[in-house]
Design a protein around this ligand. Sequence first.
Ligand SMILES: [Zn+2]
Length: 242
Amino acid sequence: MAFFILTSTLSIPLQAEAASSVQVKKLATGTKYETKLYVIKSGKPGPVVLIVGGVHGNETAGYKAALKVCNYRPTRGTLLVIPKANVLAIKAGERVARGQIDLNRAFPSTKSGAARGTLAKSILKIIKAYDVDWVMDMHEGYDYVKNPSSSSVGQSLIYYPSSSAKTIGSRIVNTINKNIGLNRKEFCLLKPPVKGSVCRAAAVTVGAKGFIFETCSRDSLSTRVNNQLKAANMLLGYLDMK
Ligand SMILES: [Zn+2]
């Protein structure tokens, strides 16, 4: 006696499409660093993009723009958003809260390197767990142009590491600059992001591409938030997620 399994009569699709979903998770749970991570899944295969705001607490447009990105619903892939990465610094309204380390220097610059501190460790864990493909880190500077006498990088897009990051980076810069009349206010394309930044760490640990985007705090808040969102929208458009 033999049993035959008639697979041809089965009508269940081999790969049922996953449902889209939004989950709000917590990073550094139960600590003074606790902050939200939005996991926004389209339900369709595609890239994993991480958008981070509020690494520096006095760079308001970064976290205001990132909060708006939490309402985005990608058409494919997964969008991760950490809108207020450093809540202590944001509460203090400072680049770095007193007694804390600079979150923009706390991530490893080598594949096997460790992150410094609870907050950077928990963010790095997410980058690895989701195997992030692209990162946009929303920052601000206090000058329009790169100032050699200070640490300000001016209005800029600082990409890393590959030619594909440069392709979308230059497209973003060129598009935004078209709407800026004055040369001295134009965004410039720079590389690489500083060692210790989340962008650089994602590149060396999981091979992500990405950039730090810096608006100038002398512009109005709405202009700065708009520029951040334009850059985010262009990245998601480039990745066919919008
Ligand atoms: Zn910054």
